[in-house]
Design a protein. Structure first.
Length: 267
């Protein structure tokens, strides 16, 4: 994927959410205009609907045309590729998802998130077989893959070595409900921030806002923030990276406010 410079993108999960019509979208805004509005206030959106079912090629083209030129979509891959006992058998599901029309997004196609069940344990041989199934490009567009692993057995040097070998990122999840480790395994960083608070107008307080702005900037500059939890004591190689930071889950009604506050803080 061609890009002129590394940057930090901050966004939300999806754009259709009823409570946002009370505190984010202007009163009376047509639902057909919600994506266009959201894309003017955040710099990336993670598409969740692709996890549950195949989307139409025309839908990807429509989303591309409704968003600014420098906007980007990441998306969850279809669950049929990851929610299975033997990952090595998921080739057909992987190919179906990749060929479903995601390339219609063109240069707005961001990372693809492969989300695993919380019960899915790390099996090195089977997991590498799965990674071997992931294509490097589609219709001339370079693909960037992210592993959203949700079992503590992935918190090992063996997993990190495997992810780095295949140049796939690992989701850093800021949550008490899922494994949380910030070891960098690719040339970009993907973070899901899940602690927004409904009592705060901006979703997060000043200290948290300052922390994530600092961490995001360090990631961008190629640093490996030591304040975050890690599996390995060895820091990642220092080089500039693209950064994707999403406010997801937690008090979801506050996610857009948190994303906009962080973008403002980042300047």
């Amino acid at each position: 994927m061609a890009k002129s410079a590394t940057r930090i993108r901050v966004g939300i999960g999806g754009w259709t959410y009823e409570p946002w019509r009370d505190n984010f979208y202007p009163k009376g805004l047509a639902q057909s205009k919600e994506l266009e509005y959201a894309a003017q206030h955040v710099t990336a959106i993670e598409i969740n609907g692709t996890y549950y079912g195949t989307q139409k090629r025309e839908s990807f083209a429509k989303w591309r045309d409704e968003t600014p030129d420098d906007f980007m979509f990441s998306m969850k891959a279809n669950r049929f590729a990851t929610n299975r006992r033997v990952l090595a058998d998921s080739g057909e599901s992987v190919d179906k998802f990749i060929g479903s029309g995601i390339s219609e997004l063109g240069r707005k196609l961001g990372p693809i998130v492969w989300q695993f069940m919380p019960t899915k344990q790390f099996d090195p041989e089977d997991f590498e077989a799965f990674l071997n199934l992931l294509p490097k490009d589609v219709d001339g567009i370079k693909l960037r893959h992210v592993m959203d692993v949700r079992h503590d057995t992935f918190k090992t040097e063996a997993y990190l070595k495997l992810a780095r070998k295949h140049k796939v990122a690992t989701v850093f999840t800021d949550s008490d409900d899922y494994p949380s480790f910030a070891d960098i395994t690719a040339d970009f960083v993907y973070a899901r921030l899940m602690r927004t608070d409904s009592k705060l107008k901006t979703g997060i307080g000043p200290k948290a806002l300052e922390q994530w702005a600092r961490v995001g900037q360090e990631w961008l500059e190629g640093k490996d923030p030591s304040e975050l939890p890690h599996v390995s004591d060895e820091p990642a190689a220092q080089k500039p990276r693209d950064v994707f930071m999403y406010f997801i889950s937690g008090a979801k009604e506050r996610a857009p406010a948190a994303a906009m506050a962080l973008l403002e803080r980042l300047g």
